[in-house]
Design a protein around this ligand. Sequence first.
Ligand SMILES: C[S@@+](CC[C@H](N)C(=O)[O-])C[C@H]1O[C@@H](n2cnc3c(N)ncnc32)[C@H](O)[C@@H]1O
Length: 256
Amino acid sequence: MSRFSDGSAGDANYAVIGEGYAKIRQPDPRIAAAILDALGDARTVLNVGAGAGSYEPTDREVTAVEPSASMRAQRPPHLTRAIDGTSDHLPFADNAFDAAMASVTVHQWPELEKGLGEMRRVTSGPVAILTIDPAPPVHWWLMDYAPEFFEVEGRRMPRLERIADALGGDTDIRTVPVPVDSTDGFAQAFFGRPERLLEPEVRRATSAWSFIGGEAVTRFENRLREDLASGAWDHAHGNLRTTPSFDVGMRLVVSR
Ligand SMILES: C[S@@+](CC[C@H](N)C(=O)[O-])C[C@H]1O[C@@H](n2cnc3c(N)ncnc32)[C@H](O)[C@@H]1O
């Protein structure tokens, strides 16, 4: 597996886009609740592609694996130090953990089946994968303003059935609605707060933007800025500002 200068082992280089990630991508308690529920009463939990530690339970014994030094450095002091490792080879014995989790990372792995097979091998209980459906359930405004974003994500995000098949066992796919005030600022979480997507710092915290050409990003910014200034965005989509939660395709694939 090839790695970037800071150890990043997926398709995105966190040496470049990792700066400020933890500030924008604070775990959201309502999304966290779905993951905690899937982990059940596990005492030991493995988190793969752990990043800055989002969604890691604080009342269990957690082992975190994260290849990027830039991301490991953003872990808050109350969380365990992350091990430098990658999904394709988890340095643990079979069934070493009661449960395992991976949040919004599998789309970056070079060998999906190998990584998920490793997670299944080292876990005796539930394995929970938080991801985004490459085929979003509804058409919404960002798809018109930034079609390139969805083209990129459509190629990167694995089909949910592929994840379930790779994990095997008794699997189910759970819908995770995204709250309008989500503290986890991935791009789709701003469905009701469009202004935030005009901030370069916010865009940098969702890796898909790093695969989109500058011209397309400028086109997106200009159109959104104009439509917000003229009121056209609010006229067409303003109801989303007060919609409590929205299904942007976030899913939790759980294997037991
Ligand atoms: C979008 S971030 C998610 C981080 C964290 N799980 C979260 O929910 O905020 C994706 C993470 O996956 C990690 N990653 C990418 N490829 C990986 C691989 N092959 N093995 C393990 N982690 C990987 C990246 O370094 C990055 O920290």
